[in-house]
Design a binder for this molecule. Structure first.
Ligand SMILES: NC(=O)c1ccc[n+]([C@@H]2O[C@H](COP(=O)([O-])OP(=O)(O)OC[C@H]3O[C@@H](n4cnc5c(N)ncnc54)[C@H](O)[C@@H]3O)[C@@H](O)[C@H]2O)c1
Length: 260
């Protein structure tokens, strides 16, 4: 058996050069950080969102090689248009980041069917729609990477967010099924499971981080770094896998130092 040792090409190589990425929910928060990070490493990026003004501003801030399109992830036609925009503007599609998400709150007794349908249609069906729409373009690129943003609520249960938790477990399962179906096309599919991250989604929520190993919330850029790895060829043997990035939240509970 031959053992190959890869030679690192050097730190100055842009990690996703010549790739084109589509990031849903990219107007702000984690999605905006992901779009910016991928662009900074050589990719051209299409940002899709329902927040048109914020999305355009984000694309302008990122600069040349970033394009905003209106994309409601619950709408398959919007997805077709977003994929076409990537291919027509930048020539191909190699990276899809299914990041758009919403959360709503109530205990299961009070949780309404409307709340359930809203969160499932964006977080889970939206991810399904994105995968479906991107497959032809990813196949035309002779492969690619799909990164689905789940949550630690896709790893363990949380009270008062039944729909969100179900949607994020769903994204985790969908990821594995899609990875199995698409592997022979060279399309990799992985899920990312962030802990509490400081974004507009968590603004105003009371979060006690003192019992988490790293005792703090995460930053969107920290999630973007992991997505960059999964989007790049550095993760060429990684598919169907789940990546927890939570400062140790799901590892267990720590006792805060006395006086902290
Ligand atoms: N912030 C956290 O603590 C945290 C933790 C775990 C997972 N996540 C997940 O990360 C992802 C990004 O969350 P965030 O914290 O950046 O939230 P955010 O609210 O700041 O950003 C979410 C983005 O998704 C967009 N969006 C909502 N509905 C949409 C739709 N129908 N079509 C297209 N875009 C839509 C929003 O307009 C917004 O720009 C979500 O999937 C979220 O569930 C967040």
């Amino acid at each position: 058996m031959e053992f190959l040792v890869d030679v690192n090409e050097g730190d100055d190589v842009e990690r996703v050069i010549d790739k084109v990425a589509l990031v849903s929910g990219g107007a702000r928060g984690i999605g905006a950080a992901v779009a910016s990070r991928l662009h900074g490493e050589g990719a051209r990026v299409v940002i899709g969102d329902v927040l048109d003004e914020e999305g355009k501003e984000t694309a302008e801030r990122i600069g040349s090689g970033a394009l905003y399109v209106h994309l409601d992830v619950t709408n398959p036609q919007d997805w077709e248009a977003a994929v076409s925009a990537a291919v027509e503007t930048f020539g191909s599609l190699g990276i899809l980041v299914n990041n758009a998400g919403i959360v709503n709150f109530a205990s299961i007794e009070e949780y309404t069917l409307e709340q359930w349908n809203a969160v499932i249609s964006v977080n889970l069906t939206g991810t399904f729609n994105g995968i479906k729409a991107a497959i032809p373009a990813l196949k035309a690129s002779k492969g690619g990477s799909i990164v689905n943003i789940s949550s630690i609520a896709g790893i363990r249960g949380y009270e008062k967010i039944p729909g969100y938790t179900a949607s994020k477990f769903g994204v985790r399962g969908l990821t594995k099924s899609a990875a199995l179906d698409l592997g022979h096309h060279g399309i990799r599919v992985n899920s990312v499971h962030p802990g509490v991250i400081s974004t507009p989604m968590t603004a105003g929520l009371e979060m006690d981080m003192s019992r988490v190993a790293l005792s703090r919330m995460g930053h969107p850029g920290e999630i973007a770094d992991l997505v960059l790895y999964l989007a790049s060829n550095e993760s060429s043997f990684v598919t169907g896998a789940e990546f927890v990035i939570d400062g140790g939240d799901t590892a267990g509970t720590v006792t805060p130092p006395a006086g902290a």
